[in-house]
Design a protein around this ligand. Structure first.
Ligand code: FES
Length: 139
């Protein structure tokens, strides 16, 4: 696949998550709840996690933001469900490294956000949901 085609495919994956986000909504009952905003634009996300025996049983989010931030939240919540807290934090660290331009690879849709690392102004958009995750599990 040429780079151009790969770029287009990634753009499509991002837009699909933006238009049809996974796990958008709130969790009924007890949940870790974290609000986070992107100071550069004021966009915000609220992340809720239901954790049992160290495993993320459910993850949902609400918020307003650009396609990068909302698709990243959709992908992140999808990826961490069923994972242990340490696995989720490890993913978060890998994602941060990917945003720094390091050679990280995700086997799922998250990989579509790799190109954001070339646009420093958008990195905070992509990491917003992941920062909320880190804050939630460390609180
Ligand atoms: Fe606000 Fe992307 S422009 S989160």
């Amino acid at each position: 696949m040429s780079l151009n085609n790969l770029d287009m495919l990634y753009r499509q994956v991002i837009m699909d998550h933006y238009k049809n986000p996974k796990n958008k909504g709130t969790i009924d009952g007890d949940a870790l709840t974290i609000d986070m905003n992107n100071p550069t634009c004021g966009d915000r996300i609220q992340l809720q996690l239901q954790v049992k025996d160290g495993v993320v049983e459910d993850a949902k989010f609400t918020g307003d933001g650009c396609s990068i931030s909302m698709s990243s939240a959709s992908m992140m919540t999808q990826a961490i469900k069923g994972k242990s807290i340490s696995e989720a934090l490890h993913m978060s660290e890998s994602f941060s490294n990917m945003m720094l331009g390091e050679d990280e690879h995700f086997d799922d849709d998250i990989q579509a956000l790799q190109g954001v690392s070339k646009f420093p102004a958008r990195i905070k958009c992509a990491t917003l949901a992941w920062k909320a995750l880190e804050k939630a599990v460390k609180s």
